[in-house]
Design a protein around this ligand. Structure first.
Ligand code: GDP
Length: 458
């Protein structure tokens, strides 16, 4: 079947050194022939060898649009496994658009978002989890997130999921064969054996799921709220955290002007400081109280940093905040340790049992300890990213959960002494859910192959 040819501007839509227009599909080369002329109008692109680059001009009819380099890559050794052309042009937005329009006028259609990667998947070059990882690579906010996406791209999710599926398929095939051929294959004692196999695979899936929370935090950052009563030192702390050379700060204006999120990169871990507008805005007394903020954000936050002014007595504001954060992931900072303090750790412990640190935002004391505590809270102190498989994708997580549920039903059926075909129904559901992660459905031929192992002589 002939697929249509797609085209898109592959580089950012902002003025830059060069821009790339990418064309993929069966007509990519033919279309380029229509619009490209080499310097002396000697050679057509269709006459050029694959994986070569050519200097010339793009024309819209008789009008010369730009001076370009054209890269020819013939199928199948391309990203999409289709014939692919890349036109390197000048990086002005207008000229890129103009070339794209010309390409489209001559037979291509605009690519949908992610369509190149979709084609790479459809043409079997990458599996679905790898395709999704490509998107993650593009969207990675920090270095560790990038590493984890790259690890998926290498197929580590694929490998884990495949090996679980193989085990499940083997058991399904065994049950089906035994039911088919009870004379030769006995199911005596099998349920117990199956139970231990299924439990082991449940553990594997659970381990993948456990890594997914870290995965999200790595990828998106730790959603953090700083709370505390006025003058406790919230903005001073914020300034320390975002200041200095370790910090990378980006202000993301939200839907309303006063919702502001700042991102801080602490040795590779990203903290998303939610709604810091109130902290910065000294006029806004209500927001500065921090109680309302705590209520508003405590539910969604991964971490609450509660700043206490240790140089003055705890008051009702503090007790309100303590009540709100009691059951949350929080760190308490006794600020202004450089002054003679009234509130100490044992005082605070009377009301709340959390990690308590003494700091001075003014003198930058205790900040290193704060960073260590945060790392310990989220990564058990060891941030090792290379070997582990992080399921950073919500879709993967949902499907892993589905497969886990199905496997638990298998174990229940064993306990309840249900007939064996009940096992295989749920095993098959788990197998299918896992298959959806990597974009594989149940393959009849694979089934047949495995069946043949058991049904000897049939
Ligand atoms: P916020 O209202 O919680 O944001 O508090 P600010 O950060 O604006 O701080 C209130 C006041 O306390 C300012 O005058 C700060 O200079 C001061 N302050 C903040 N942290 C410290 C500290 O660690 N030591 C001392 N001595 N003063 C501090």
């Amino acid at each position: 079947m002939k697929t249509d040819t797609i085209a898109a501007i592959a580089t950012a839509m902002s003025p830059s050194g060069i821009g790339i227009i990418r064309i993929s599909g069966e007509d990519a080369i033919e279309i380029t022939d229509k619009i490209y002329r080499s310097k002396n109008n000697k050679k057509k692109i269709s006459e050029c060898k694959s994986h070569t680059i050519h200097y010339g001009y793009i024309y819209d009819g008789d009008e010369k649009i730009d001076e370009v380099m054209v890269v020819v890559m013939r199928a199948p050794a391309t990203y999409t496994r289709e014939d692919t052309i890349e036109i390197d042009c000048h990086g002005g937005v207008f000229v890129m658009k103009r070339i794209l329009e010309t390409v489209i006028k001559n037979g291509a259609r605009p690519a949908e978002p992610g369509e190149y990667t979709k084609r790479a998947f459809l043409n079997g070059r990458i599996d679905l989890s790898q395709a999704e990882s490509v998107i993650d690579v593009i969207n990675s906010k920090n270095e560790f997130a990038l590493k984890s996406s790259l690890s998926q791209l290498n197929g580590s999710v694929l490998k884990n999921v495949k090996s679980i599926r193989e085990v499940l398929l083997h058991e399904i095939a065994f049950i089906e064969s035994a039911l088919d051929d009870p004379e030769h294959i006995s199911l005596d004692g099998y349920p117990q054996k199956l139970e231990s196999i299924v439990n082991k695979e449940c553990d594997e899936i659970q381990a993948l799921l456990n890594s997914s929370d870290n995965g999200r935090i790595l990828k998106e950052g730790i959603n953090t709220v700083i709370v505390g009563k006025p003058n406790a030192g919230k903005s001073s702390l914020l300034n320390i955290l975002v200041g200095e050379d370790r910090a990378i700060v980006t202000d993301i204006a939200g839907t309303t002007r006063d919702v502001l999120e700042e991102q801080i990169n602490l040795n590779g871990i990203t903290l998303n400081l939610v709604d810091t507008a109130g902290i910065r805005d000294t006029e806004d007394i209500v927001e500065k109280i921090g109680v309302e903020k705590a209520m508003k954000h405590a539910t969604g936050a991964d971490l609450i940093i509660y700043v206490i002014d240790a140089s003055v007595q705890l008051d009702d504001n503090d007790f309100d905040i303590i009540n709100i954060i009691k059951d949350k992931n929080s760190i308490i900072l006794l600020n202004k340790s450089d002054l003679s303090t009234i509130v100490d750790e044992s005082e605070v412990r009377k009301y709340i049992d959390k990690t308590i640190l003494s700091i001075s935002a003014k003198n930058n004391d205790g900040i290193k300890e704060l960073e260590d505590v945060i790392k310990n809270m989220f990564f058990d102190g060891t941030v090792s990213f290379n070997d582990e498989v992080y399921i950073t994708n919500v879709r993967h997580k949902t499907l892993l959960n589905d497969s886990l549920e199905s496997l638990k039903l298998v174990v229940n059926s064993i306990y309840d002494d249900m007939p064996e075909d009940f096992y295989s129904i749920d095993l098959m559901n788990a197998y299918e859910s896992l298959g959806l992660i990597i974009g594989e459905s149940v393959e009849d031929d694979l089934m047949t192959e495995i069946f043949s192992k058991f049904c000897m002589g049939k």
